[in-house]
Design a protein around this ligand. Structure first.
Ligand SMILES: Cc1ncc(COP(=O)(O)O)c(C=O)c1O
Length: 386
């Protein structure tokens, strides 16, 4: 079978406290039942508690009943349905762009867009902490990848100047809310720099879509930067509680993506129930535009409780709150201890986060009420200090 190379790799990962497993959970969301016991889940991205929302489920079911289980073809063949177009028009309008394009996932949205914006003649300047999907996309593109220090505008400027004689295209990429640190990029300053150096700017709003900005439109919209950010990327899989990804951009760029993005073309269109659910989640956001504000106020309160208990939450300013433990095995042990007390706080280890910065990544959702936050903060403070 020629598989004798596999076990040593797995053994080596285990010896470094880096073994990974995908455990099955009986339910999804911020508050779940496991073996009849109430458990607070701080590792779900169902930020707005929409995964079980009646209207979201109804719209998903409507689409399922009307069109069936699958789209049964790729977008350019016969897989595009009226609801794909409806969702794209709505996303574009909400995000403040001319157009939007939906992909099978957030990963695919990055993988399908970055290689269209840049190729082997070009440069990509990426924040040190951007998500793996962006890095993989940069590798796919063949462009020269230059990393700048996390959220460090001066370092970005230095690197843009260093390559000012570049004759190809330049692209700056960052996230607005960082997935593992929960901090926020200085988008306005980055946009000024990109413009000054004639570079395009792409911002991954996976964790800001639904949670910041008017109607949850994100931080680009909140700061009025639609005119300076070439591509606003987002997912349907976190605050919108379903699955899928998208980019909002100019009509011209959308046209190019439709005709040349491999992750858009060579895959089956997202299924009707998923698109219907995303439309339902957008209805909820439109009807209750303050959901993101409530979430952020709860996150502020939770952070203040952790600080009072002496814990450091890095520069977190969002619903994502990291507590760095450092050692991989200690992070896993702390997570296990909390799990015994009915709290899920997954340990995130390298390579998802930099070496030596294994952490509990806590995400607050609207399923967590104030008394849940108070009780969880106390348990987390005690567990981390043990
Ligand atoms: C910043 C960021 N970008 C992109 C993705 C990928 O999105 P999706 O899970 O929809 O594939 C994620 C999530 O995993 C993410 O955290």
């Amino acid at each position: 079978m020629c598989e004798n190379w596999i076990q040593p790799i797995l053994d080596e990962a285990q010896s470094r406290g880096l073994e990974r497993n995908a455990h099955a959970y009986p339910e999804v969301g911020g508050k779940i039942k496991i073996d009849g016991r109430d458990v607070l889940n701080f590792s779900s991205n169902d930020y707005l508690d929409l995964a079980h929302h009646r209207h979201v489920i109804d719209r998903s079911r409507e689409a399922l009943d009307k069109y069936g289980i699958g789209s049964t073809a790729s977008r350019l063949v016969t897989g595009t349905l009226p609801i794909h177009e409806e969702l794209e028009e709505r996303l574009a309008k909400e995000k403040g762009y001319e157009a939007a394009l939906v992909f099978g996932s957030g990963y695919l949205a990055n993988a399908g867009t970055i290689p269209v914006l840049a190729d082997r003649n070009d440069l990509i300047f990426a924040d040190k902490l951007v998500h793996a999907s962006m890095i993989d996309a940069c590798k796919l593109s063949g462009a020269k990848l230059i990393r700048f220090a996390h959220n460090d505008v001066q370092d970005l400027e230095k690197r843009l100047e260093q390559y000012s004689t570049n004759t190809g295209r330049s692209l700056v990429i960052t996230e607005s809310v960082f997935s593992m640190d929960g901090d926020i990029a200085p988008l306005a300053e980055i946009a000024v720099l990109a413009e000054k150096h004639g570079a395009m700017l792409m911002v991954d709003e996976a964790h800001a879509s639904g949670t910041f900005g008017p109607n949850g439109a994100g931080l680009i919209r909140e700061h009025g930067l639609e005119g300076s950010v070439t591509v606003s990327m987002g997912t349907l899989s976190k605050a919108l509680a379903g699955y899928g990804g998208f980019v909002a951009c100019s009509s011209l760029l959308r046209k190019l993506l439709v005709s040349s993005s491999r992750a858009f073309i060579y895959t089956t269109a997202p299924p009707p129930a998923v698109i219907g659910g995303a439309l339902g989640a957008m209805d909820v956001l439109e009807a209750s535009p303050r959901l993101g504000n409530i979430l952020q106020a709860n996150a502020d309160y939770f952070r203040s409780l952790l600080h009072e208990g002496g814990l450091d939450t890095l520069q977190s300013q969002s619903q994502i709150i990291p507590i760095v433990i450092g050692d991989n095995e200690k992070a896993v042990a702390t997570s296990k201890l909390l799990r015994e007390q009915g709290i899920i706080a997954a340990a995130i280890r390298p390579p998802t986060v930099p070496s030596g910065s294994a952490r509990l990544r806590l995400s607050i959702t609207l399923a967590h009420h104030v008394d849940d936050l108070e009780c969880a903060a106390k348990a987390i403070v005690d567990a981390v200090k043990m």
